[in-house]
Design a binder for this molecule. Structure first.
Ligand SMILES: *Cc1c(COP(=O)(O)O)cnc(C)c1O
Length: 977
């Protein structure tokens, strides 16, 4: 116990520790491995700030009116070993059945080389979203591979670098269609043969936008109701492969866009949607090596035609060039996105599913076109074997032609649905059961011949099979009808044909990883993104089979372990936030915003106040806030901030008054996005309540509040948590995330339901994600964090996060003024430094400083948000004083370099800042022509001699890439030639 401050130490001794354990020296505290600064370092930092204790600092920082007056009621903290043991016991209550349920989720084989080198590798999973592309070329290349693979498989020109899940991707397709269709129609046709969760997520999304969803049979739909778009499933949820050409033609005559939800594995054999006229293809790449995980996380894909590139939702990786003319990757067309376009953005997608997209893309790289085709053929051939066997036993297949999924009639069949299901359960097998008495079976990559025999036996009942597979198989044909046969090639690019041995693959993965700066290199002080430690013990359970190999629609009786995990995590998060209940369904922060606002909307509607549609949002808000409000059919009214950066109370009162009749909600971030604990937060909440509005709290800044204050106590009605920020789920290079929401009692009835598995409130809003609990397989991470920290540990973490931020603000203030401060000139857990002065004095912009930081081995803080021309620094509690000092020293050294420009000592254009970052190649090259030394370029600090991280490309030309948009590796290779 080194790092708990003395006051906490005393209470620990008195109240919690068992004296025997302490006497024997058995106390083992994870908190000291998560919170880096030791008590000596804490004292040194406090001294620098002029405080005598950590509590004295916190008392001055967090307004006393909102301070939590008790300790959080959480189980006593456990060591890594104890917590893992307890979670093991919980996990063992899950029964891992063999699931043939399908419906968009299939068992698959994660190649061990990919599991170990990506999924379980902090070099990959602790990276940040690639906003600083010069130090993110590795994951950008992996994502470009993903886009190329999707483009190839779907036969469409352009694909994004992942969305959250298939259902939300379909909803994004609907939104895009209404935006780009030249039709004035307000109806969207959805085939009833789509997955049920997709249909419901679409309906949820359509309702607040005033769009009508027509669910029907595509064969019978006569287009008499005009539509702006349609969604079809290929193959259908029941397994049938349909010829949609005629439907597509008719839709196009009406200027409607056709979206096709397609299984990417099937596209290795079937004519891709792009070749028969689809405008958009969406789907899930789960079965490309990503474990089922009881529903997620998995990467969804979204592909469309080139002409819609500016309307494409989500992130898009594109090729550009660096200062040396070398091809280089970066996120393209960012001006479509919420952080710039706010309420006019193409979508609210911020965190997506980068790590999972990387895994899926590497599955493609590892297997190559031949391997992917073999896997698809294997799955199909086994399915044919099963289907023909079933026919011989006397069953009718209702889903022909099929790829991997059969709908099997049980009327007048040898066995009843009930009898088969019961026999299946005894064999620990899950099948899909239809209300009409039929059964569904979906085979997958992991299916064996033995399993096909077992399945046949289940349907045969007690009878021995009247044939053997050895007799049956030679008689089978595996061809698809002509129209469905894929003739075009795919994955022809070099990258998919080069790394098929494990040696080559591992070297390729390591090569990419070495280009990326992650938390394994140095601190990533990203304001608002809380890049803290993702402890190995937290990550460990993610790949346990008891969590990984469970189908999201397995009966609840098999998922008792998961139910316990959810209950405990919900109870703990409720206690931490002060809310009555939690929904774990939203699978990113922005999804939480959307869900929370829908809950508010439903609340108003049930009270007969459905007209309330005004959403007040401070100007400083994160771009996802206005984008989410618009998705809920709300009108955004901005609230000004005053010169201190706080919400302008007068403006708030005026606008609340003005829109009193129609006020739906206020969205507010606390502590503010300016990094300040506003003292008026309760008044702000009360003002909104007085006018009948609800308070939505953006909880991205929860890391400043653990055990110190609770949104539920100071006036919020609903709040999302970014588990991938405060609660240790790693950032994954831009996802996965989880954005559960907490609500007050009066909003509990409206928490989202799910069409397949029972969950949610009594007057629930429809599903907002494909899976009932979002991305369950990463919830063990947050469970482990809370279990190991306990109440005292969490509180200590927030206190040290605040201390670390104030220490950095204090050290940097005289070099770069801290823009906003709260009470006693203190900041919360992050601070904004103002760089606009050096823009004026030396024409040095934030980007120049961000790129120069790379030469020092650092990732830049958040750049130009929430205020243009500034940087927002958030160190978190997991960084040591030594690391904070190193970063501050780098920033101060850069300030000196700027001073040299100000003094006219160096060229204002040709200098270390404007030319940053400096690559190895530039510095080693023979033609060094710069007015400063190579040493100054690459080794501006002494510590770099011991460990130097080299940016792999020079500064990237963003505008060039946007003008010459290339989003697949075909383009990349053309550049290299
Ligand atoms: C990160 C963040 C969000 C969005 O969360 P995602 O998980 O990326 O969707 C919203 N608001 C704030 C203040 C954030 O920092």
């Amino acid at each position: 116990m080194v790092s708990l401050d003395s006051k906490t130490k005393q209470t620990t001794t008195k109240q919690q520790s068992s004296p025997v354990e302490e006497v024997l020296g058995l106390e083992d505290q994870f908190v000291n491995r998560h919170v880096d600064p030791t008590s000596e370092e804490i004292d040194q930092m406090l001294k620098a700030l002029g405080f005598s204790s950590l509590d004295a600092l916190i008392d001055e920082t967090v307004p006393s009116s909102i301070r939590l007056q008790k300790e959080l009621d959480l189980p006593k903290q456990k060591s890594e070993y104890e917590a893992l043991k307890q979670l093991r016991a919980i996990a063992s209550d899950n029964q891992v059945f063999r699931s043939f349920i399908g419906m968009g989720y299939y068992d698959c084989i994660t190649p061990a080389a990919i599991q170990r080198n990506i999924l379980e590798n902090p070099g990959w999973y602790t990276a940040y979203t690639p906003y600083q592309p010069e130090i993110a070329q590795g994951r950008l290349e992996a994502l470009l591979n993903f886009q190329t693979m999707i483009s190839d498989l779907t036969g469409l020109e352009i694909a994004n670098s992942s969305l959250l899940d298939e259902a939300t991707a379909a909803a994004e397709a609907m939104s895009m269609s209404v935006g780009v269709s030249k039709s004035k129609a307000t109806a969207f046709f959805v085939s009833e043969e789509c997955h049920p969760q997709t249909i419901e997520v679409l309906q949820t999304r359509a309702q607040p936008l005033g769009l009508e969803v027509i669910v029907g049979n595509h064969r019978e739909f006569d287009f008499s109701t005009p539509i702006f778009g349609a969604l079809l499933q290929y193959p259908t949820t029941e397994g049938k492969i349909c010829d949609y050409r005629e439907f597509v033609e008719k839709a196009h005559e009406q200027k409607a866009l056709v979206t096709v939800a397609a299984d990417p594995l099937s596209l290795a054999l079937l004519t891709p949607p792009g070749e028969w006229g689809a405008d958009i293809a969406v789907g899930s790449t789960q079965r490309f090596g990503v474990p089922l995980g009881y529903g997620g996380p998995h990467a969804a894909y979204f592909a469309t035609k080139e002409k819609y590139k500016r309307q494409l939702p989500g992130r898009l990786v594109g090729v550009s060039k660096d200062t040396q003319g070398k091809p280089a990757l970066r996120l393209a067309l960012q001006t479509r996105e919420q952080h710039i376009r706010r309420d006019r953005a193409t979508s609210n997608i911020c965190t997506a599913q980068v790590l999972l997209a990387v895994i899926a893309s590497m599955y493609g790289v590892y297997h190559g076109p031949g391997g992917i085709k073999r896997i698809a053929e294997k799955v199909h051939r086994l399915t044919v074997t099963l289907a023909e066997g079933l026919k011989r036993i006397g069953y009718t297949i209702a889903s022909e032609p099929y790829f991997d999924t059969l709908k099997i009639e049980t009327n007048n069949a040898p066995q009843t649905q009930q009898a088969i299901l019961q026999a299946a359960e005894e064999q620990q097998i899950n099948l899909r059961s239809y209300a009409d008495g039929a059964l569904g079976v979906s085979l997958d990559e992991a299916t064996t011949v033995e399993e096909v025999k077992i399945l046949l036996q289940l349907f045969a009942g007690t009878e021995t099979l009247p044939f053997s597979l050895e007799e049956l198989v030679p008689e089978l044909t595996f061809e698809f009808p002509e129209t469905f046969n894929r003739t075009s090639s795919y994955l022809t690019e070099a990258v998919f044909n080069r790394y098929h041995s494990e040696t080559k693959l591992v070297r390729y993965l390591n090569h990419l990883q070495s280009k990326d700066l992650s938390l394994t290199t140095s601190m990533i002080p990203l304001g608002s993104c809380t890049m803290k430690l993702n402890a190995a013990a937290e990550m460990y359970p993610v790949t346990w089979a008891e969590f990984g190999k469970i189908h999201p629609f397995a009966p609840k009786s098999q998922t008792k372990g998961y139910q316990t995990l959810f209950e405990q995590l919900e109870t703990w998060l409720s206690e931490i936030t002060g809310f009555a209940d939690i929904s774990l369904q939203p699978n990113a922060g922005a999804q939480g915003e959307y869900t929370g606002l829908l809950v508010i909307r439903q609340y108003h509607q049930t009270r007969g106040e459905g007209h309330r549609n005004i959403c007040l949002i401070p100007e400083s808000a994160h771009g996802t806030n206005p984008a989410s409000a618009v998705m809920c059919g709300m009108k955004v009214v901005p609230i000004q901030c005053n010169e201190r950066g706080d919400i302008d109370l007068d403006d708030l009162r005026t606008k609340a008054e003005k829109h009193s009749e129609n006020l739906a909600a206020l969205m507010v971030t606390y502590p503010s996005t300016h990094g300040v604990f506003e003292t008026e937060i309760q008044t702000i909440c009360e003002t909104v309540h007085q006018h009948g509005g609800q308070v939505y709290l953006d909880g991205a800044n929860m890391n400043a509040q653990l055990g110190l204050c609770r949104p539920g106590d100071y006036g919020a009605d609903v709040c999302h948590l970014n588990l991938h920020k405060t609660f240790c789920i790693p950032h994954g290079g831009g996802g996965p995330g989880m954005g559960p929401i907490g609500v007050q009692d009066h909003l509990k009835p409206f928490l989202p339901r799910h069409p397949v598995i029972e969950t949610g409130g009594e007057q629930a809003i429809g599903a907002v994600a494909a899976a009932p609990w979002g991305s369950p397989s990463i919830l063990p991470i947050s469970w482990m964090f809370i279990a190991m920290m306990g109440a005292k540990g969490l509180t200590h973490a927030s206190k040290v996060a605040i201390l670390n931020a104030n220490y950095m603000a204090h050290r940097l203030d005289e070099h770069y003024p801290v823009l906003y401060k709260g009470n006693a000139d203190l900041v919360a857990h992050e601070c904004i430094i103002d760089l606009r002065l050096v823009k004026k004095s030396a024409n040095i912009g934030v980007d120049d400083i961000a790129k120069r930081l790379m030469d020092f081995g650092f990732h830049a803080p958040t750049v130009s948000w929430p205020v243009a021309g500034t940087m927002m620094i958030e160190p978190t509690e997991s960084e040591s004083k030594e690391e904070l000092d190193r970063f501050c020293d780098a920033m101060i050294a850069i300030r000196k370099e700027i001073s040299a420009i100000e003094m006219g000592e160096v060229d204002p254009e040709n200098n270390v800042l404007k030319n940053a970052p400096h690559t190895h190649e530039m510095v080693i090259g023979d033609d060094w022509q710069r007015p400063y030394s190579r040493e100054k370029a690459a080794y501006p600090s002494d510590w770099l001699r011991d460990y130097k991280f080299w940016p792999s490309v020079g500064r990237i030309d963003n505008a060039f890439g946007d003008r010459n948009l290339v989003c697949s590796c075909v383009g990349m290779e053309a550049y290299t030639e």
